[in-house]
Design a protein around this ligand. Structure first.
Ligand code: AMP
Length: 221
């Protein structure tokens, strides 16, 4: 598959899991891959935040876990993701799922992924990245107060709506999310390595550099 930055119909057939700690840039890269290569993006975090905003039964249950930086109980997320994946005829990028080995096994029961791309970033950089992150209320576009500030303070460059700080991007909750990542999600790296599906990509440097590293991995599929 040769995609070199241009949309390519075969690129959309790839089934990709994005791994990496909170703040590693998964959401940013997933959004660019969707925009430039036409991937279907499934972000469990975005789906859950939308459910919270709409105060659906799922959102009401999920909110307390999310606000504490904890994982939402598996069954709630598994139902959400199973429905989404089964409704697709093409490939996809999964951002934020699986988050633990049990979820990975559920995913294996639904479909076979092509690659798990692990975005690797030093931990001391993550707290800074997350606490300075601002997210668009409407389109979920992500900004950073220092590295990617919006043109007008507090306003989304893409759709003009207000930016906000996610309730789980405050320092105390961020530290808890990093601990949850270490205990639950980090073991997935070994899990996918053992299956020969792991690709490590450095998450340092500019958004464009990281994007091109990701494209090189997708190019090999
Ligand atoms: P994210 O936007 O991926 O950082 O996710 C934000 C929050 O949503 C997480 O801290 C969890 O509370 C919840 N969440 C997202 N994906 C999952 C998942 N696969 N399993 C459990 N909880 C999740």
């Amino acid at each position: 598959m040769v995609i070199s930055g241009e949309p390519d119909s075969t690129a959309m057939d790839a089934k990709i899991v994005l791994l990496g700690p909170p703040g590693s840039g998964k959401g940013t890269q997933a959004a660019i891959l969707k925009e430039r290569l036409g991937f279907t993006l499934i972000s469990t975090g975005d789906l859950l935040r939308e459910a919270v905003r709409l105060q659906t039964p799922l959102g009401i249950k999920a909110k307390e876990f999310m606000d504490a930086g904890k994982l939402v109980p598996n069954q709630l997320v598994v139902d959400l993701i199973t429905e989404k994946v089964n409704s697709l005829n093409s490939g996809f990028i999964l951002d934020g799922f699986p988050r633990n080995i049990d979820q990975a096994e559920v995913l294996e029961g639904i479909t076979e992924i092509d690659v798990a791309i692990n975005l690797d970033v030093d931990e001391d950089e993550l707290v800074d990245r997350l606490t300075k992150r601002r997210t668009c209320k409407e389109c979920n576009a992500v900004f950073h107060l220092m590295f990617k500030p919006p043109a007008n303070e507090g306003v989304c460059d893409k759709c003009g709506e207000d930016l906000y700080q996610r309730s789980d991007d405050t320092e105390m909750v961020v530290r808890n999310r990093l601990k949850v990542y270490h205990d639950n999600t980090f073991p997935l790296i070994q899990h996918y390595e053992a299956k020969g599906k792991l690709a490590n990509v450095s998450g340092r440097g500019s958004i464009e550099d990281i994007y091109h590293r990701m494209v090189r991995v997708i190019d090999t599929l």
